[in-house]
Design a protein around this ligand. Structure first.
Ligand SMILES: O=c1ccn([C@@H]2O[C@H](COP(=O)(O)OP(=O)(O)O[C@H]3O[C@H](CO)[C@H](O)[C@H](O)[C@H]3O)[C@@H](O)[C@H]2O)c(=O)[nH]1
Length: 147
């Protein structure tokens, strides 16, 4: 069994991949490298002594997801692949909806097709606005932020 980490070459994703490899999981990464490079996964491999299987591709690409679910015994998906710059999202709202909403829907649809039902979605700390307390907890009041 393997865990699929979308956006696994990114900041939080690569740290998650390292933690998973260190606890002995098999990991498959799907990342379009729009905000990351394969170098982060090479560093993860050096630190963990074990590599994740890497696919360069997009979560909006159903065929690519299909290949991954058909080629690996995926038990769960951790979804980090998304655009997250709040300022840019207000300038390019359609691109952000397309990327983040459509990407997530395509991923969920392919998971359903493959019979994979375990899903962790990473939102963003920016939904809490300026924190009233740190560390933030899930029950912290949500608010807006513009940058
Ligand atoms: O359509 C996309 C968009 C992005 N990515 C990849 O997804 C990763 C996102 O990682 P970033 O380093 O850009 O973002 P962070 O790890 O900082 O994570 C932040 O953005 C995430 C979504 O991208 C979550 O919202 C997370 O909680 C938030 O802290 C990158 O490797 C990027 O290349 C894709 O594969 N497909």
């Amino acid at each position: 069994m393997a865990i699929l980490v979308t956006g696994g070459a990114g900041y939080i994703g690569s740290h998650t991949v390292l933690a998973l490899l260190e606890r002995g999981e098999d990991v498959v990464v799907l990342d379009n490298l729009s905000n990351a490079s394969e170098e982060s996964l090479q560093r993860v491999e050096q630190l963990a002594g074990k590599a994740a299987i890497f696919y360069q591709g997009d979560v909006q690409d159903a065929e690519c997801l299909n290949r991954i679910f058909d080629g690996h015994n995926i038990s769960a998906v951790i979804h980090f692949a998304g655009l997250k710059a709040v300022g840019e999202s207000t300038r390019k709202p359609l691109e952000y909806y397309q990327n983040n909403v459509t990407g997530t829907l395509v991923l969920l649809d392919e998971m359903r097709r493959a019979g994979v039902h375990q899903f962790i979605f990473s939102s963003s700390a920016t939904v809490y606005g300026t924190p009233e307390q740190v560390p933030l907890v899930e029950t912290s009041r949500v608010g807006g932020t513009t940058n």
